[in-house]
Design a binder for this molecule. Structure first.
Ligand SMILES: Nc1nc2c(ncn2[C@@H]2O[C@H](COP(=O)(O)OP(=O)(O)O)[C@@H](O)[C@H]2O)c(=O)[nH]1
Ligand SMILES: [Mg+2]
Length: 235
């Protein structure tokens, strides 16, 4: 298996030294860290780790306006220039346990075009989230599914594994949203292109170090995007 794991980072200095070995312990996996000029020095930590894992870890240092969606677009486009047959995406804050990577990759190389590491496949498998955050996320997913018609139980999970050909079909340059909305938009485009979407259950553990970057503008964008996507579908 030749799998590249794309990880966007913004102020994840303390998490990267734990994440990288836990991903690279899996044979056939490589990593691309997309850092957005983190003020806490995450970019330098990533460069140091790249020296420790020659040939297995690459670092992209972004400049200009930062954003999760922008970083993913740049990172995924770069991934498609490599010879990776599977391309995964995950958060850097250890909420997405690298132990699930082989299961995601196995499902993507056999049955599905994209596989989601899902928190809501069997009830709610989230650890250390306050009640209001669980409520917000489960409500968001129900809302997105109702408006867009998407079927997966977790449409906002950033833990995914793509078959290269499925990712190649997506209009990455035409994606306009940036925060969580970016994740919804990508899934919507995948469904439109006929991708078979699978889910693997994960237990999501809230970060212990660093801070979440979820902000009110990001949440508002995620409320509007499903309607924009629903209208696009009718065109
Ligand atoms: N490159 C980049 N990464 C980001 C940005 N915002 C968040 N991230 C990363 O995206 C992942 C998820 O972000 P996080 O703040 O944990 O969101 P939450 O899990 O929904 O609270 C983490 O790896 C962050 O470091 C950004 O603007 N640029
Ligand atoms: Mg997080």
């Amino acid at each position: 298996m030749n799998t590249l794991v794309v990880v966007p980072t913004y102020n994840e200095r303390d998490n990267l030294p734990l994440l990288v070995p836990a991903v690279l312990v899996h044979e056939g996996f490589r990593m691309l860290i997309v850092d957005d000029g983190s003020p806490d020095g995450t970019g330098q930590v990533a460069d140091e780790l790249a020296r420790q894992y020659p040939g297995r870890l690459e670092v992209m240092h972004r400049t200009g306006p930062r954003g999760l969606g922008r970083s993913y677009v740049d990172g995924l486009k770069h991934a498609l220039k490599t010879d990776a047959t599977l391309i995964c995406q995950m958060d850097a804050d250890l909420s997405h346990d690298p132990q699930y990577l082989p299961a995601l990759a196995a499902a993507a190389s056999t049955e599905f075009d994209v596989v989601i590491g899902s928190r809501y496949l069997h009830g709610v498998s989230v650890v250390n989230w306050p009640l209001h955050r669980i409520f917000l996320s489960t409500f968001a997913n129900r809302y997105i599914k109702t408006v867009t018609g998407l079927s997966p139980s977790d449409c906002t999970s950033g833990f995914r594994c793509w078959r290269r050909e499925a990712l190649e079909k997506l209009p990455l340059d035409g994606v306009v949203s940036d925060g969580y909305a970016f994740l919804i938009e990508m899934l919507h485009e995948a469904a439109r292109s006929g991708a078979r979407i699978g889910e693997v259950p994960i237990i999501f553990v809230e970060r212990r170090q660093g801070q979440s970057k979820v902000s009110t503008p990001v949440l508002i964008e995620s409320l509007i995007t499903p309607w924009r996507l629903a209208l696009r579908r009718k065109k």
